[in-house]
Every structure is written in C-alpha cells, then in structure tokens.
Ligand binder design. Structure first.
Ligand code: SF4
Length: 195
C-alpha cells in the first residue's frame, strides 16, 4: 500500500473517531437532559394528559385493582431473573435474560402499541450506547403470550418522533384536557380528571 493511502486512512480514523464519539455523547446528553423515561413514552400512546401529570410529579394514590395486579404480576413472574435494571436513571428494564434479550412484563394487552413503543425506546437508548441488534420481548404472563420487538429503520424513526412529541407535551404550561377512554376507569388520575 502506498504511504499516501496509509496516511489518508490514519487521518480518516483520527478524524472520524472523535466525530462519532461527539455524536454519541451529544445524543446521550440530549436524551439525559430531556430525561424521558420509558413510562413517559408509554403514556404518550395511552393519554397525553396522563403523560403531563406524571412528568410533573403529580401523584395520586394507587388504589386501583388494575395497578395492584400489575405490581403483583411484576413481583411474581420470572422470579429467578434479576429485575428492574435501571440505566442512566432514564430507563428501567424489567429484566435481561442470559441471551441478552430485554424483557418487559405487562398485565394486559389493551395498550400493545404503548408497550411496544416503550421497549423500542429501551432498544433505541441501548443503541445510542453502542449496544446494537438487541431484541425485546413483551411478556403477558396472565394471557400466556409474548410479543417480540426488534428495532429497525422504520420504527426507530417512530421512536425519534415519539421523543419529540413527549417533549412538546411535557413543555405545555398546563395539562391537555381530559378525554374519556377505556383506561380512565383504572387510571390513578381518574378522580382528578372526572370528579
Ligand atoms: S383518567 Fe383518563 S383522561 Fe385522566 S389521565 Fe387517566 S387516562 Fe387520562
């Protein structure tokens, strides 16, 4: 190989590495600053008012059976796995199995879109950290069902759009108006919204 080619390749590596590192650092910094959690991505697809209230730390007592059932399922399923893996104080993965597959445990299939966007967001964050080609599985132990989720170009754009949308909603000075949906009944904010 000619010396000019070798020099040119070394120069490319020296120039590209800091650029890649900079792009990666900026992306992680941007997401950490926004501090969007997986739950917030999920709520975007459930109810934007719920997303706003949750983000602004407006908490209500969890007295619904539905919430209790979810917590119980989380505790009592997959008992041999190490649970609740917190990454950058931003995403909390239910557990990662021995093959490196991410798992989320849900009690009902009612909001499948929200569930898949939440786990896609986890895969997206891990990709920003250089952990590519990961698979996510949403487990519905009550229904004995699993759904596999893989990040691709199309749904990655959906995740990026969702992050933008979450940012728009949480920046609003007041919460969006309440709109009645099926999930209002078991929602912990139902008293706040409807009484
Ligand atoms: S009660 Fe309904 S409208 Fe209110 S936050 Fe919950 S889901 Fe949204």
């Amino acid at each position: 190989m000619k010396w000019e080619v070798i020099y040119s390749n070394i120069l490319k590596v020296l120039l590209l590495k800091p650029i890649n590192l900079w792009v990666y650092t900026m992306e992680v910094k941007r997401l950490s600053e926004a501090h969007i959690t997986g739950t917030e991505i999920n709520y975007l697809f459930v109810c934007t008012r719920k997303l706003w209230l949750f983000h602004h730390h407006i908490e209500m007592e969890h007295n619904s059976e539905y919430v209790e059932l979810g917590a119980l399922l989380h505790e009592e399923s997959f008992t041999r796995e190490k649970k609740d893996i917190l990454i950058d104080n931003m995403i909390r993965i239910d557990f990662i199995d021995k093959d490196g597959i991410l798992h989320d445990v849900k009690s009902s299939q009612l909001m499948e879109k929200a569930h898949s966007m939440q786990i896609l967001y986890y895969l997206y964050i891990l990709k920003q950290k250089g952990l590519t080609n990961r698979i996510g599985i949403i487990n519905y132990p009550k229904q004995k069902r699993k759904t596999e989720v893989v990040l691709n170009d199309e749904n990655e754009q959906e995740v990026i759009d969702a992050i933008e949308k979450v940012n728009q909603i949480i920046s609003l000075p007041i919460p969006p108006d309440a709109e009645f949906i099926k999930l209002c009944k078991p929602c912990s904010y139902s008293e706040l919204c409807w009484s």
